[in-house]
Design a protein around this ligand. Structure first.
Ligand SMILES: Nc1ncnc2c1ncn2[C@@H]1O[C@H](COP(=O)(O)OP(=O)(O)OP(=O)(O)O)[C@@H](O)[C@H]1O
Length: 323
């Protein structure tokens, strides 16, 4: 089966820092990563998206040398993953990365700094990750969100060129998330590459310069969030109808309709109906709407959000594979 991907228009600066060339990794019959080819460049913030089981964690594990590929090659900074990690080129924050028990946050961060070839001062690392206040707390007594911040501190203990994050903000509150992403943006602005896997599509939309969509171990889409949304094709149309009879069947007969919902919107000014449509050709649908003699109020035509685009793209791929 061939899978098409959109072409990225991300401005690549300099040679690739990460290269996957036709990489495959299977667990028994399951191809967790299936012929993956991609390149990442300095200064990019890249979101790795995909439904559960798409192969995101396996891809990151291969990148970090925690698993070996069955075939294909992985290049990091002109070497293999393990050499790059030993050289301190990569900082990583993994989903389930166990933190040592019985040590304090400061002790653990100091250890990570000691191990890094180009460490930052411990106090800077603690401050950047927002854990100075809990520096003398025992690691095993931290809340989920605090433990995530400590993992973040460990990933930024030294001057690495690539930062790899697996579901980094899980368990963080809104303030911690915002501070976290502001720091990551700074890291990317300084020329580092930030690669993160996430299930929070609004984060990917807001943060990432480039979005990779994985599906069953294959790269389904690669582009900016705007390109991915445009690729999904559909647009949303919403409008209000004044009080009075509505011929719902005629509305449902509009061309290029994917979905239609009708809801009542009672207000002091009177009650009416709000119609929400997803259309694969919004211009034609709106034209036909006027043709029905319907005069919509507050008409809005907007693109899909990244989340809806993601669902549309992955559902279309599922349908293609099952047909
Ligand atoms: N150690 C393992 N042994 C057997 N199968 C595995 C193993 N690790 C992953 N898999 C399978 O490989 C596929 C890809 O898993 P992976 O964890 O990489 O996906 P993911 O995109 O990170 O998923 P999630 O979003 O749920 O974390 C899944 O079908 C998973 O069940």
């Amino acid at each position: 089966m061939t899978t098409t991907t959109t072409t990225t228009t991300t401005t690549a600066t300099g040679p690739a820092v990460v290269g996957f060339d036709n990489v495959t990794k299977a667990y028994g019959d399951v191809r967790a990563v299936d012929g993956l080819t991609l390149a990442l460049y300095p200064g990019e913030t890249v979101a790795l998206l995909g439904p559960n089981g798409a192969g995101k964690s396996t891809t990151l594990d291969l990148l970090l040398g925690l698993k070996n590929a069955d075939s294909g090659t992985i290049d990091l900074f002109g070497t293999g993953p393990r050499e790059a990690i030993v050289a301190g080129r990569v900082g990583a924050m993994l989903q389930s990365g166990g933190l040592m028990d019985e040590v304090t946050v400061a002790e653990l961060v100091r250890l990570a700094c000691d191990l890094h070839p180009r460490p930052y001062p411990v106090s800077d690392v603690l401050a950047r990750a927002g854990v100075t206040r809990i520096a003398d707390h025992k690691v095993h007594k931290l809340s989920g969100g605090q433990a995530q911040r400590v993992r973040f501190a460990l990933a930024t203990a030294g001057d690495s060129d690539l930062i790899v994050l697996d579901e980094p903000t899980t368990g963080m509150d809104v303030t911690a998330r915002q501070a976290f992403w502001a720091t990551m943006r700074e890291q990317a602005d300084q020329g580092r590459t930030v690669l993160f896997a996430t299930h929070y599509l609004e984060e990917a939309d807001a943060i990432a310069d480039r979005v990779l969509v994985l599906h069953r171990g294959r790269l389904l889409a690669d582009g900016t969030a705007a390109e991915i949304k445009a690729r999904a094709g559909a647009r949303r149309i919403s409008f209000d109808l004044p009080d009075g009879p509505v011929d719902e069947a005629r509305l449902r007969g509009l061309p290029f309709l994917a979905t239609l919902t009708l809801s009542h919107s009672g207000s002091a000014a009177g009650s009416g109906r709000t119609v929400r449509i997803q259309s694969t050709d919004a211009d034609a649908t709106v034209h036909a709407l006027y043709g029905l003699g319907v005069y919509p109020r507050n008409l809005e035509v907007t693109g899909l959000g990244l989340e809806q685009a993601f669902v549309a793209i992955t559902a279309a791929e599922e349908a293609k594979q099952q047909s």
